[in-house]
Design a protein around this ligand. Structure first.
Ligand code: ADP
Ligand code: ASP
Ligand code: MG
Length: 424
């Protein structure tokens, strides 16, 4: 029996009962002969509540102190979980990200893991302990300050530890039975996927399926760590995410469409009246990049012949909206645009599937389904295995359901159970 890393999300440890339930599961894995490393998130919506609190004392909390605050959430759950395990008669020790050797760059609020040195975890395991690690946090190699990995970052902590400790599997325990063909909170007839290729999961995660974080899937793919996403509330097997199909490609056919993802966490900025000449887009996106903001879709309109001016729209996380507007206003003189428009009432719907590469009808059917549902499209972007559109936020749920049905993804039964969480 080898080493397993188990990650429990906030909804799995939302209250004392949840912590005790999870402690039993962990002890069972230990009793089955595994060495167990647990990564735990903050209880329930603690992180959101801490953010709300910070916003009451400062309009745009950020940086070092914000990270200090947010990491407190995971410290609470890790200590309580260790106590609950000890109460069941087993040895457990909790560790902050820094103590567990999660080394990051120094970008506060969305740091990247650059190294994992889990010496203390190894020692704790060798001494017979269950090791509990606070997810979503690390320590900067340069500044020695505490950092966080961005929302949902505990998934990345889990996979990074699994890679560093050469675990046989990384189990992600959450409040649904695995990865479904759409968010079960939106599509009751979503179907559980038994196995999904890392490539497809990467696109779903990047398109907003928050059941797994994009960076976590990226990490798992690079280090070839199989992920098992499953519910901490049921004993059912979940979804395996791996580079190779565990049963061999011949037995399980690769689905044409893997699923429908949606995302309402983005906003759209339109830079109005940009001179249509070389260097303008470069100047706009240099200003954005210098503010360390990641953008998603970009669209440039055809310029009006009479004015020689064009508009450039792009999407970005809502949380970066203010920063982006500030950065562009500062660079206005150099870029030379008329005005900025900010719209945070947008939503994105994406259809993902490796089969798209060879099925030319997919795009047309996708647009037809949206049109039949009366959904207006504002932006479009595609990759080899994904089509995404931006719509009004209010249309997103209807659009997801319409596309899910149009592509024959609805299951015959209502198997998509949501066991907990608030969907926040
Ligand atoms: P945790 O607290 O365990 O990290 P998250 O809320 O981050 O949980 O992720 C689980 C949630 O992801 C589910 O409750 C579900 O609403 C959402 N979700 C979105 N897309 C999917 C999908 N394709 N399959 C399963 N869950 C999804
Ligand atoms: N607690 C953090 C969050 O809510 C990290 C996580 O849950 O993965 O984003
Ligand atoms: Mg999560």
């Amino acid at each position: 029996m080898g080493l397993v890393v188990q990650k429990y999300g906030g909804s799995s440890v939302a209250d004392a009962e949840g912590i005790k339930r999870v402690a039993k599961r962990i002890v069972d894995a230990k009793k089955n002969g595994h060495q167990v490393v647990v990564v735990v998130s903050a209880m329930g919506d603690t992180t959101d509540e801490l953010i709300d609190l910070a916003e009451q004392v400062s309009p745009m909390p950020a940086g070092r102190e914000f990270d200090m605050l947010l990491t407190a959430g995971e410290r609470i759950s890790m200590a309580l979980l260790a106590m609950a395990i000890k109460n069941l008669g087993h040895e457990a020790q909790s560790f902050t990200g820094s103590q567990a050797g999660v080394i990051t760059d120094s970008v506060h609020n969305k740091a990247r893991i650059i190294d994992v040195t889990p010496g203390r975890i190894r020692t704790a395991l060798d001494e017979g302990n269950i090791a509990i690690v606070a997810g979503f946090q690390g320590v900067s190699a340069d500044s020695k300050d505490i950092t966080t990995l961005g929302r949902g970052g505990s998934d990345t902590t889990a996979v990074a530890l699994a890679a560093a400790l050469d675990a046989e599997v990384c189990e992600i325990y959450t409040d649904v039975d695995g990865v479904f063909t759409a968010d079960p909170r939106v599509v009751k007839k979503a179907r559980k996927i038994d196995w999904i290729a890392s490539e497809d999961m990467l696109e779903l995660a990047a398109s907003g399926s928050k059941v797994l974080l994009h960076r976590c899937v990226e990490y798992a793919r690079r280090y070839n760590i199989p992920i098992h996403v499953r519910s901490s509330f049921s004993g059912l097997p979940g979804t395996w995410v791996s580079n190779e199909n565990p049963q061999g490609d011949a037995q399980v056919e690769h689905a044409i469409i893997s699923g429908v993802a949606h995302d309402v966490s983005e906003a759209k900025i339109t830079v109005v009246g940009v001179p249509d000449k070389p260097g303008e887009a470069a100047a706009i996106f240099r200003a954005i990049a210098d503010a360390e903001i990641n953008i998603d879709m970009i669209v440039q309109n055809v310029s009006a012949a009479s004015t020689g001016l064009t508009d450039i729209s792009f999407t970005l996380p809502k949380t970066e909206g203010h920063k982006a507007i500030d950065a562009l206003e500062k660079a206005k003189g150099q870029i030379g645009f008329d005005s900025l428009r900010y719209d945070d009432q947008i939503g994105k719907i994406s259809l993902v599937g490796a089969g798209m590469k060879t099925n030319p009808g997919v795009t047309a059917s996708f647009f037809q389904a949206l049109s039949d549902a009366g959904v207006n499209i504002e932006l479009i972007s595609t990759s080899e295995i994904r089509i995404s559109v931006v719509t009004r936020q209010d249309d997103v749920n209807d659009a997801v359901r319409a596309v899910h049905t149009a592509f024959g993804l609805d299951s015959d039964s209502d198997e998509a159970v949501v066991y907990g969480g608030t969907g926040r």
